[in-house]
Structure formats: structure tokens, C-alpha cells
Design a binder for this molecule. Structure first.
Ligand SMILES: Nc1ncnc2c1ncn2[C@@H]1O[C@H](COP(=O)(O)OP(=O)(O)OP(=O)(O)O)[C@@H](O)[C@H]1O
Ligand SMILES: [Mg+2]
Length: 212
């Protein structure tokens, strides 16, 4: 199965400030895990791990044309207009729900959710995806902007540098480490570092690492 640094990871929250290495880690993790069925929500136009699609109807057709066990990699780019995201994201998540054993990756979840509200189809994915053999990765620059149901259901959290003190406090609670450990993921002088802390939410085991 698809995994991060932990084999059991199925719902993975990826949190860290802009430029802290979230997308770099996600791309590496996908490269290593090579999930047979992959669907990516790519608002920054930065993934090239599969067929790139910008039209929702084309995405629906592409998924509809698949046979049950067909492997595929699809990258959906919703474009620059945030106002169009709610409808597109709802359609994207509804589509994802139809595909068993899918690995789905959402970049910048906070574009489409708020702490107290998640789009219904996304909420269903994060509540019921596990029963469909789904692996869900979702990234956000700030934990406070992600919906709480998703964060509360994660099986693994991958956290890189945070700049905001409130975010440090939030993440130390999720990670079960000291505030200083979270705060410590900063650059050495002017040389950026790509430190992270990961917690397996099922075992409570925490590991630290650094992208090189
Ligand atoms: N060792 C390294 N590990 C990861 N990224 C590196 C490394 N060295 C340089 N970089 C660069 O640093 C940047 C890390 O940014 P990345 O896109 O992974 O951050 P991000 O957390 O996804 O940010 P954003 O929230 O803005 O999308 C990239 O431009 C990447 O190429
Ligand atoms: Mg990124």
C-alpha cells in the first residue's frame, strides 16, 4: 500500500509554511510509493506525475472510462480562479469517492475548506475513504485553516517549519512534542533546512527527519 514513512499511513495531513518542503516531500513520497491509482488536485500547476487535465468534464470522462483494475495517474488543475473552486472541488471529491483503492492528493486544502466547514463530498472522503481502501494526502500551510474533521481523522501527520506561533501551539498538540521542537525547524543562518516531524497517530510514535 501507499505509505509515507509509516506503512500504515492512510490519511496523511501535510502541514508547514510556504517553502517548508511540503510539496517536495509529497512528490518524493509518491515517487517511492508509486500508487497504482493516483488522482491529484493541483492548484499550483506543479505536478507532472500523470496526465494533466484542466477541464472537469474531461476528468469525469477519463475516470468514467476506466475499468475497475486499470492503473492510472491523473493530475487535475483547477486553474487560477478561486471562485470556481467550490464546485470543482465538490465534483473532484465525488469522483474520487467512486474509485476503490485510490490514492488522492489535495494541495492547499485551505483553499477549499475552513476550520468549521468542509465541502460535503470532501467530508465524506475523509470520513469514509478508509473503507474504500483510499489513501488521502492533504497539504496546508496552516493547520488552523484546515477542517477539523480531516485533521482529527489523520492516521499520520507530516509537519515542517511553521512561522506562526499559534500554528506552533496547534501542531505541538497534534504531534505530542514540545513547542520548542516544533519551533526548532528553522533555517541555519541563511541556509534553508527542510526539517520535519511526523507522528503516526495510531501508535503515537514520532519521528523527525530532514529532506536533503
Ligand atoms: N533539500 C530540499 N528539500 C526540499 N526542497 C528543497 C530542497 N532544496 C531546495 N528546495 C526547494 O525549496 C522549495 C521547497 O518548497 P516546496 O514547494 O516543497 O514547499 P511547500 O511547503 O510546498 O510550499 P508552498 O506552501 O508554498 O507550496 C522548493 O523550491 C524546492 O525546490
Ligand atoms: Mg507546495
Amino acid at each position: 500500500m501507499m505509505a509515507g514513512s509509516h506503512n500504515t499511513a492512510r490519511i496523511i495531513g501535510v502541514i508547514g509554511a510556504s517553502g517548508s518542503g511540503k510539496s517536495s516531500w509529497l512528490k518524493r513520497t509518491l515517487g517511492k510509493g508509486n500508487p497504482p491509482k493516483l488522482l491529484i488536485w493541483d492548484p499550483m500547476d506543479e505536478y507532472e506525475q500523470g496526465r494533466v487535465i484542466t477541464d472537469m468534464r474531461e476528468l469525469v470522462d477519463a475516470v468514467g472510462a476506466l475499468e475497475a483494475d486499470d492503473p492510472f495517474k491523473l493530475v487535475y488543475r483547477p486553474g487560477a480562479n478561486l471562485k470556481t473552486y467550490p464546485d470543482k472541488f465538490e465534483a473532484f471529491c465525488s469522483l474520487a469517492f467512486l474509485v476503490p483503492n485510490l490514492c488522492v492528493l489535495i494541495e492547499e486544502l485551505a483553499d477549499v475548506t475552513t476550520p468549521g466547514w468542509a465541502p460535503p463530498a470532501w467530508s465524506r472522503l475523509s470520513r469514509q475513504g478508509r473503507h474504500k481502501g483510499m489513501t488521502i494526502f492533504a497539504a496546508s500551510q496552516r493547520p488552523t485553516l484546515m477542517d477539523k474533521t480531516f485533521l482529527g481523522n489523520t492516521t499520520m501527520i507530516h509537519c515542517s517549519r511553521l512561522n506562526d506561533e499559534n500554528d506552533v501551539k496547534t501542531m505541538r498538540r497534534y504531534l505530542g512534542v514540545s513547542e520548542d521542537q516544533v519551533r526548532g525547524m528553522v533555517a541555519d543562518k541563511d541556509i534553508p533546512r527542510f526539517d520535519y516531524i511526523e507522528r503516526d497517530m495510531q501508535t503515537g510514535k514520532t519521528v523527525t527527519g530532514r529532506l536533503t
